[in-house]
Design a protein around this ligand. Structure first.
Ligand code: SAH
Ligand code: SF4
Length: 412
């Protein structure tokens, strides 16, 4: 059993950029999931293989791990028989533990998962007619205390590792029975290979589960590289969207080093309201955020930036708010689409969802100005799987604690 101590809790909007190292497994074996080819090769060399052998075996094992999804070295049929127990003595092929799997009446599935050191987090699968989206977590908890978000009431327990992040996608493929059954010549595919979505359930990934992905950038990047690798999970970057509450200094690197679609949790158009509901706004204001969006590498009319906007009754949902949203998006000349999210309630939340008429009117105003603004249908509400409802029992903050924090000046 491995263990990690809790991370120190930083100020209200300050990041914890580096994950605490996971302590090694008691049996001395190393989990390969989350490691890229060259790390696997280096481990094989360290364990005694010569350079040429290590390189070949690493290539083969990488393919079995990430492209074929095998969880047992014995199933790696193109690796010499005596070599398989040699690998199994030294390495493991991990998956997050499943604590509970729930099924919503609308087909949405939610998994409560556990890290090897005992921290719980969640992932959600949302099937639609033409696609299936996996909502992946990047942290256990979140440092940012957005007031409408259930995850925001948790402490940040720790960053998830690359293995725990890519492990969610792998677990979903296990559960959906979706690993390719083909031969080894799959490996010949180019690394930019377009993923064939035909007939698949899991076609898209959104980094919109628990946590702020840009405060765990390195691990999210390393995990997504395995997801995008043509000989790995082989999902195109066009099918991956990363959502940020607005960590401006990391946005350019996100575009350059990962190149996925960007979603920005805007949620308000005035400093006053955004400061309140997305406290990170006190550090990186709206104008600064929108400038960073305008400079986002890869954004274009064909690949628009999604602006998420949670509809909170009498808070951010007036006609004036809608008009100001249009003005801002036009001012920065952003290739934008707006995603209106009806507020999903959770116990103790201080907000109500805007009325359906209000949401419709808001959407119309934005749309009349040439910007698409669909209303997202809430999914999986009956199992608390909808946006912002994710929360595990670990490390709850008491109401009094939260009130104290809200009263204190922001640590910016
Ligand atoms: N931390 C990142 C990604 C996770 S949240 C971010 O904030 O962007 C995914 C989306 O759900 C965000 O847009 C978030 O603001 C939104 N959300 C959070 N709580 C919500 C709630 N109660 N109802 C509706 N949407 C919510
Ligand atoms: Fe964290 Fe995103 Fe929730 Fe804000 S909305 S508290 S950034 S998970």
């Amino acid at each position: 059993m491995t263990s990690t101590e809790l991370m120190p809790i930083p100020g209200q909007v300050d990041p914890v950029p580096v994950a605490r190292d996971i302590t090694p497994r008691a049996d001395g074996r190393q989990d390969l999931i989350g490691l890229p080819r060259d790390r696997i090769r280096a481990l094989f060399e360290y364990a005694g293989l010569d350079t040429k052998q290590a390189k070949l075996r690493a290539k083969q094992v990488f393919h079995w791990l990430y492209h074929r999804g095998v969880t047992d070295f014995a199933a790696m049929t193109d690796i010499a028989k005596p070599m398989r127990p040699w690998l199994a003595e030294r390495f493991v092929i991990g998956r997050p533990d499943v604590v509970e799997a729930q099924h919503s009446t609308d087909g949405t599935r939610k998994w409560l998962l556990k890290t090897a050191d005992g921290h719980e987090f969640e992932m959600v699968f949302i099937p639609d007619a033409d696609r299936g989206t996996l909502c992946v977590s990047s942290q256990v908890g979140c440092t940012l205390n957005c007031t409408f978000c259930h995850t925001g009431t948790m402490r940040l327990v720790r960053n998830l590792t690359p293995g725990e992040i890519v492990g969610q996608v792998m677990l979903a493929r296990d559960a959906l029975g979706e690993w390719p059954k083909g031969k080894m010549d799959f490996a010949a595919e180019a690394s930019e290979a377009e993923y064939t979505a035909d007939g698949r359930l899991l076609t898209n990934i959104v980094m919109m589960g628990m946590g702020e992905p840009l405060y765990n950038f390195d691990n999210v990047r390393d995990a997504l590289r395995l997801v995008m690798d043509g000989d790995g999970l082989a999902l195109s970057k066009r099918r991956i969207t990363l959502s940020t509450s607005g960590v401006v200094p990391m946005m350019e690197r996100c575009g350059e080093e990962i190149g996925v679609n960007l979603a920005v949790s805007l949620h308000a158009v005035t400093k006053e309201v955004r400061d309140e509901i997305v406290p990170l706004n006190r550090k990186y204001g709206i104008e600064e955020l929108l400038s960073a969006c305008a400079a986002y590498p890869g954004a274009s009319n064909a690949r628009r930036i999604t602006f998420e906007y949670v509809m909170l009754k009498d808070k951010n949902d007036s006609d004036d708010d809608a008009r100001e949203l249009v003005r801002l998006l036009k001012k920065f000349d952003l290739p934008a689409k707006v995603n209106l999210i009806p507020f999903n309630p959770w116990p103790g939340a201080a907000y109500e969802c805007s009325t359906p008429e209000r949401v419709r009117r808001f959407s119309e105003i934005v749309f009349e100005h040439g910007i698409s603004a669909p209303v997202r249908t809430p999914r999986g509400r009956d199992i608390d799987a909808a946006c912002g409802q994710l929360k595990t029992t670990a490390q709850k903050k008491s109401r009094a604690e939260r009130d104290r924090e809200a009263a204190a000046p922001a640590a910016v």
